[in-house]
Design a binder for this molecule. Sequence first.
Ligand SMILES: Cc1cc2nc3c(=O)[nH]c(=O)nc-3n(C[C@H](O)[C@H](O)[C@H](O)COP(=O)(O)O)c2cc1C
Length: 429
Amino acid sequence: MNNRVVSNRGRNGVVGTQNRRNLVRAQAAKKPKQRNIFEGKRPWVELVDGKPVNGPDLSCVVDGVKFPNPFVIGSGPPGTNYHVMKKAFDEGWGGVIAKTVTLDSSKVINVTPRYARMKSSSNQKEVIGWENIELVSDRPFEKMMAEFKRLKDEYPDRVLIASIMEEYNKDAWEELIGRCEECGVDIFELNFSCPHGMPERRMGAAMGQDCDLLEEVCGWVNDAANIPVWAKMTPNITDITNPGKVALDAGLEGLAAINTIQSVMGVNLDTLRPEPCVEGYSTPGGYSSKAVKPIALAKVMSLATMIKEKYNGGKTLSGIGGVETGNDAVEFMLLGCDTVQVCTGVMIHGYPLVQNLCAEVQEFMTQHDFKSIDDFRGASLPFFTSHTHLVQLQREAAEAKKAAKVGLKSDAEWTGDGFTSETESMVSN
Ligand SMILES: Cc1cc2nc3c(=O)[nH]c(=O)nc-3n(C[C@H](O)[C@H](O)[C@H](O)COP(=O)(O)O)c2cc1C
């Protein structure tokens, strides 16, 4: 058995044996874990194979794939190679989305520096925003495939998600899908959302913003894939539900949102050059971390509402953007997310963060007596409405208050339980 429990798509072979699994677990158990930087400051829970050793169950089944907990490494530096992805599994992440791969990595040339931070004005140690001008994976495709296979051999029960991106070329997408599936990955995430670099080749956000292109590419992917597929959406668009619908109508199982928001981090007032500065020049990048959470929540709310209304909840949603605490993650789940991804938070706080995230979600569940994530997923979604409706609700509330002040119309209206407030309602001072 691997982590797949039910799947609406076929499966190309199962890897690993019980013995191998036990051996790998024993080896993992021997390895010293990284220090949790929040030790003594935030709740913490020990995770074995991604499952908390005590407290409420956090496991979930998404598109037929079983996750020990809903926390997934978002595509980016924390999923760039075998070593870091292994680290993520060892520390307990429910799943890992590898850094986006393309067939020909020789076209991907990164620059340094490629990051710039926005810090809190009251605490210079606190990072609130993060810009990157990093491209997709610059590692050779064959190497990444060998590493996917090795990870799935060693961690058959853990969820490995391949983030993939290609040009507008059906053969290339089909080859990419076939090669990744051969390595045993569990889910695909289609990167239709990278805002920098790749649009120059009509990839990433350039594809995700063009609904005609998107329809065709999602159709190719849907026909070729034998495992579930999520489309990762760009927030750099007027209405994110339009491309979302296109991807789901093509037959894909789910959506992920958001990728980074197009940004210019700032200008150095001494040199007058923009940041991050490469040989005196810069280029707009993608913004992430805490500062983007409200924007991510708004996009997630729109997508979740669309999924509920148009697909009767039959499609899935993975939330991303500025998550650093269990409470952040709970907010995404309350708005309808099945899984929650973290990218920049791991770059800042390290892989053990997952132990805090799980413990904090468990605390929330205990406080509300929720037994599983299903008990509260989407629970806050019904409380969004139009502004017109808010005005109407407020008018009705004011009228009700006014009516209550008038007091009783006849002595027959006095009640036992409301007696003192009924008395109060007729006092003038
Ligand atoms: C340095 C960096 C590199 C990233 N690379 C990718 C990538 O290769 N593919 C992708 O789909 N998203 C990539 N992302 C976007 C993240 O996966 C995520 O969507 C975004 O950063 C918002 O989440 P966060 O605030 O948790 O980082 C990258 C983000 C950062 C910060």
